[in-house]
Design a protein around this ligand. Structure first.
Ligand code: UT7
Length: 331
């Protein structure tokens, strides 16, 4: 009997309409298009302007896009994992609300938080459930309303992040396609360098923490950059070695979109030519949990059944890793 693997069988995505361009940011903080483009590769990001809508809105739209494209019945979904760093509410998992809203009436759901690696870790969880035979349809959604935790007077963070959502459906595969291998890592000494200081159990929110803007993202960009370049490249090269993949064998690198220079360094360490490196950072910025599924949705038509995809991410925590997946369908 063939081993059951976990394949991605459908994808979907959603980004809000409002475009926050570098030109607009020039009017908000002391920055310029040349600096942002050369240091990050970002030209514009999407922002969910409606004050009464949270991450669930983005996630629901992405899931609905997947359901419409694939024709699946949402009642067949067994489990919904919402990968997010910006839940609607601190308590009452957002994934649960999303599952109900999309008609996944037979699913259980929860949120998974590992900053920018949330979706990558979610892929691993989905695959483990499917390989074990416990569940047959697992929907992993990566969604973040980063604009809800960004200080738009801080030029070191507001130029980077954007809002968006993407979704991928995982199902059993008997042809050996889908998730092949993973290297997942974390290091808690990193939490000082990329965090929201207040609002959790360590520093509950007070008028003072709000006045001090401690409910916004803080990032020591230079330190995070160094760790990201080293570690994302290292795990990506290692997963190739471990699976005897040469640069010729790898069809696509699906990297977290935090900074074009981090992506280039990873691709270079893997010996990949530019045409194999997926990038949409110029249009969306860093959408945290949504970067990987947004890439899948944008480039879906170019993937062929049997293609070798290497996913890589690095994020707050620190959390990072790489996943090797064989694509399972032609669009
Ligand atoms: O997704 C989660 C993981 N996150 C990441 O992977 C992000 C990793 N870090 C980065 O991508 C980069 O460190 C940044 C894009 C955040 C910053 O780029 P950098 O090349 O590391 O710049 P820097 O922080 O070293 O700043 C260089 C200079 C500074 O001025 P001085 O001190 O040299 O006079 C900054 O004040 O650039 C200045 N600067 C800016 N100038 C114009 C910082 N932000 C801006 C800005 N516009 N927006």
């Amino acid at each position: 009997m063939n081993k059951t693997t976990a394949a991605i069988t459908a994808v979907g995505a959603y980004v809000p309409e409002f475009v926050l361009s570098n030109k607009i940011l020039e009017t908000m903080v002391d920055t310029n298009d040349e600096w942002i483009t050369s240091r990050t590769g970002i030209k514009e990001r999407r922002i969910l302007k409606d004050a009464d809508k949270g991450t669930s809105f983005l996630a629901i739209r992405a899931a609905e896009d997947l359901i419409k494209k694939s024709g699946i019945d949402p009642a067949e979904i067994d489990l919904l994992i919402l990968a997010t760093a910006t839940p609607d509410l601190p308590v009452a998992a957002t994934g649960v609300y999303v599952a109900t809203q999309i008609g996944a009436v037979n699913a259980f759901a929860y949120d998974l938080q590992a900053a920018c690696s949330s979706f990558l870790y979610g892929m691993s969880t989905a695959a483990a459930y499917i390989e074990s035979g416990r569940y047959k349809k697992v929907l992993v959604i990566g969604a973040d309303k980063m604009s809800s935790i960004i200080d738009y007077t801080d030029r070191t963070t507001c130029i980077i992040f954007g809002d968006g959502a993407g979704a991928a459906l995982f199902e059993p595969n008997e042809e050996g396609l889908g998730l092949q291998d993973e290297i997942l890592r974390s290091d808690g000494t990193g939490r000082e360098f990329l965090k929201i200081t207040a609002g959790g159990s360590l520093f509950p929110p007070t008028a003072e923490t709000v006045a001090n803007k401690q409910h916004y993202v803080f990032q020591d960009g230079k330190t995070v950059f160094k760790f990201a370049v080293t570690n994302m490249a290292e795990v990506s090269a290692r997963i190739m070695e471990r699976n005897n993949l040469t640069n010729e064998d790898v069809d696509w690198l699906v990297p977290h979109q935090a900074n074009r220079r981090i992506i280039d360094a990873t691709a270079s360490r893997m010996g990949l030519e530019d045409s194999k490196v997926l990038m949409n950072i110029q249009r969306y910025g860093n959408t945290t949990s949504a970067t990987l599924p947004l890439l899948l949705n944008d480039f879906e038509k170019q993937f062929k059944k049997g293609d070798n995809l290497i996913f890589a991410s690095f994020g707050g925590g620190f959390t990072w890793g790489s996943v090797y997946l064989k694509w399972a369908y032609n669009s």
